[in-house]
Design a protein around this ligand. Structure first.
Ligand SMILES: [Zn+2]
Ligand SMILES: [Zn+2]
Length: 259
């Protein structure tokens, strides 16, 4: 099967001239996925069978609540609850091993320690109860597309010199997305490709980290009374942009809601 490339989306994201084209695409995919989950898909049996079992992580549960559509949320929650209760009761009928020291106080105390009895296998012991942080339906759908987006960047860097020079003139990436891209280049590129691309990518990031540093420095300097009439330059929104550069996403975004 030929892998899907997101050439148009990647080029458009770069044209936005934001702090990170991957953040731009990440936001779009995440919002599209939330719309899908609480839009067309939640009455489809096959999708609900998956969300019943895999659940949603904390971050996406909050996003789903904020999005709205309480009836859609309620349907998803109803059958997820039924699945969880079924799991629970099948475990309580003999599969649970009681804590060895016994007694209520001892049990509560024990519960707060990391449970290493079951390893990380989600099917073992109580692991399934916290597995949704890793098996989250939205996270998984996002990761599939995000992987293809990174591959698209690699493809364009390799084959489109014009794209690569636009990228080098851009504002770069946030640190975590840069790390993903850089690791993928190291993994996939030939020695010759890597020798051309990797130093250029590092320079791109260094130049833009310097720019962000200057912005956040000037933001602080502006609070000095001697600078009160001075121009903000590009520092007015330095706080959310510096946050984005360091950790990704858009801290100043309003809550994403159903239209
Ligand atoms: Zn980013
Ligand atoms: Zn998630």
């Amino acid at each position: 099967m030929k892998e899907k490339l997101y050439t148009i989306e990647v080029v458009e994201a770069l044209e936005k001239e934001e702090e990170c084209p991957c953040c731009h695409l990440e936001r779009k995919i995440e919002q599209d996925t939330i719309c899908f989950v609480l839009g067309a898909s939640y009455m489809e049996d096959d999708i609900r069978a998956v969300t019943d079992q895999d659940g949603f992580c904390r971050h996406h549960t909050k996003m789903m609540f904020d999005y709205g559509n309480s009836l859609g949320n309620a349907w998803i929650l109803k059958t997820r609850m039924e699945y969880v209760r079924k799991q629970f009761s099948s475990q309580s009928k003999g599969k649970i091993t009681a804590p060895s020291s016994g007694g209520r106080t001892a049990f509560l105390f024990k519960r707060r320690k990391p449970d290493t009895r079951f390893g990380t296998d989600p099917a073992k012991g109580t692991n399934w109860m916290k597995a949704s942080e890793h098996t989250c339906y939205v996270c998984r759908r996002f990761e599939e597309t995000y992987g293809q987006i990174i591959k698209t960047f690699l493809h364009l860097i390799r084959t489109e010199p014009e794209f690569f020079s636009t990228l080098q003139e851009s504002k770069g990436f946030c640190l975590p997305h840069f790390a993903d891209l850089y690791e993928a280049c190291e993994r996939e590129f030939s020695l010759q490709e890597a020798e051309k691309a990797l130093p250029a990518l590092y320079q791109l990031m260094e130049r833009n980290l310097d720019r962000i540093q200057a912005d956040i420095d000037w933001f602080i300097d502006k609070f000095d009374y001697r600078n009160q009439d001075a121009d903000w330059k590009t520092s007015k929104d330095a706080v959310p942009r510096t946050m984005q550069k360091l950790v990704g996403t858009y801290p100043a975004d309003p809550v994403f809601k159903q239209k």
